[in-house]
Design a protein around this ligand. Structure first.
Ligand code: HMG
Length: 399
């Protein structure tokens, strides 16, 4: 029996900043962002969006495509995020209600920077192995924020990915071996009292590649596939150039042939969506997977994909999956394209107005004006409680 990703969709905010409008503010050429970092745009959350609304939007099409029995078979929801909205209650519990899932389910939130989505996927696979009749809904949802004016600012973004993990998956079967690497390093973190991350940019790039080395070596020690037996590579993408750098690093340490054209072909299709979205932390690598599946012109059925998931702090995992025959019939490429094309562009002053999250601490009644055209929104924070609602867009998505 094979286990893996049966369905996958992503969501992002419905507005974006073109990095051509950020470069002059930072006094740099736009090529520093488009070429140096490999980023064109960043998604920017409206004041009525957060990780809950993004997560619910990503999962809505998956749930809408299930019948009553299918929905009842989702007995676990794992939500990975490092942009949590509460120290106690899981963001996933709000999402569970917004999606109308069965009360006969467990819901939990996982955290280890950008890596947590992969831990959720691995735990989901273990649960499905125990009972192949059950489905696990894995959601990765994040809003990446750095200080305004900092070097991390052009790598901001936001997004969520929802994956249905099942037996006999229709998209990608995940293979059992993983290479793991953990090391206590202060490359990027966000203390409880901050809304933006603290980062040592140079160290973070070194920590990422060190982790890749460790995870690759462990995968080999575990008996995992050789470099030459992997057809495409999906890396965590804090900015897409990082994936290109990581791939060059892996080819070096794996002693693989270093033909520039072949190396580019092994990652190019994984980068397309994230160039337009920016960093979405836990969701980023899985948006990279969607990008590969949605854009590959050749049929990838039977191809082996290598995944490298990295979360600062730092945990890395390298694992592989095999694309399933007939996967193309189950992709959501047109919806993903529409989502990105229909975003509204904001100017730099507009971005500055909406980039800070709504975060009243007085326990009063704070109504939040409708802005987003996404299927779910936060309508108020009242008595310290976040209030969420479906919008007309959710009903349109169902119709
Ligand atoms: P910086 O100091 O502004 O940029 O910060 P730089 O000076 O290093 O330049 C960046 C690249 O642009 C360089 O390319 C320049 O040469 C090039 P490289 O040499 O590295 O290949 N460049 C140009 N190219 C074309 N035309 C030009 C031009 N000028 C310069 N005119 C940094 C860059 C990434 C450090 C910063 O954006 C940052 O701190 N970002 C946040 C941290 C980050 O993303 N780290 C990545 C690894 S850690 C990770 O992935 C985990 C994370 O997702 C969090 C989590 O796990 O939760 C972040």
């Amino acid at each position: 029996m094979q286990l893996g990703i049966d369905d996958l969709a992503f969501a992002t905010a419905d507005r974006y900043l073109d990095l051509a409008n950020l470069a002059p503010v930072h006094g740099v050429e736009v090529a520093k962002y488009t070429v140096g970092l490999g980023q064109d745009r960043m998604s920017v959350c409206a004041p009525d969006e957060d990780v809950v609304t993004l997560a619910a939007a990503a999962a809505l099409p998956l749930v809408e495509d299930l019948d009553e029995d299918g929905i009842a078979s989702i007995r676990t929801v794992l939500l990975a995020t490092e942009s949590g909205i509460d120290q106690s209650k899981s963001a996933g519990v709000y999402v569970h209600r917004l999606l109308g899932l069965s009360p006969a389910a467990r819901v939990v939130e996982l955290k280890q920077a950008c890596y947590a989505g992969t831990s959720a996927l691995q735990m989901a696979l273990a649960l499905v192995a125990r009972n192949p009749e059950q489905k696990v809904l894995v959601i990765c949802s994040d809003v990446a924020r750095y200080d305004v004016g900092s070097s991390g600012e052009p790598t901001q973004g936001c997004g969520a990915v929802a994956m249905l993990v099942t037996a006999d998956p229709r998209l990608v079967a995940i293979e059992p071996l993983s290479g793991l690497h953990t090391s206590d390093v202060m490359d990027f973190w966000r203390p409880n009292y901050r809304t933006t991350a603290v980062v040592d940019g140079r160290l973070s790039i070194r920590a990422y590649t060190d982790s890749l080395t460790g995870a690759w070596q462990d995968l080999q020690a575990q008996g995992g596939p050789a470099f030459g037996d992997i057809d495409a590579f999906v890396y965590h993408q804090p900015f897409t150039k990082m994936a290109t750098k990581a791939h060059a690093h892996l080819t070096r340490i794996a002693g693989a042939p270093r033909d520039a054209e072949v190396m580019e072909a092994q990652v190019a299709d994984t980068l397309r969506y994230n160039r337009e979205i920016g960093n979405s932390y836990t969701a980023s690598m899985y948006i990279g997977l969607a990008s590969l599946l949605d854009h590959a012109t050749e049929d990838l059925a039977g191809s082996r994909i290598g995944f490298f998931s990295y979360g600062s702090g730092a945990v890395g995992e390298m694992f592989t999956g095999v694309v399933q025959p007939g996967y193309r019939a189950h992709l959501r490429a047109a919806a993903h394209r529409r989502l990105l094309d229909e975003r509204v562009e904001v100017t730099h002053p507009e971005y500055l107005e909406i980039v800070a999250p709504v975060n009243p601490v007085d326990g009063g009644d704070h109504t939040i004006a409708p802005v987003t055209r996404n299927p779910f929104r936060m309508s108020a924070i009242t008595g310290h409680q976040r209030v969420y609602e479906r919008t007309a867009a959710a009903d349109a998505a169902v119709a």
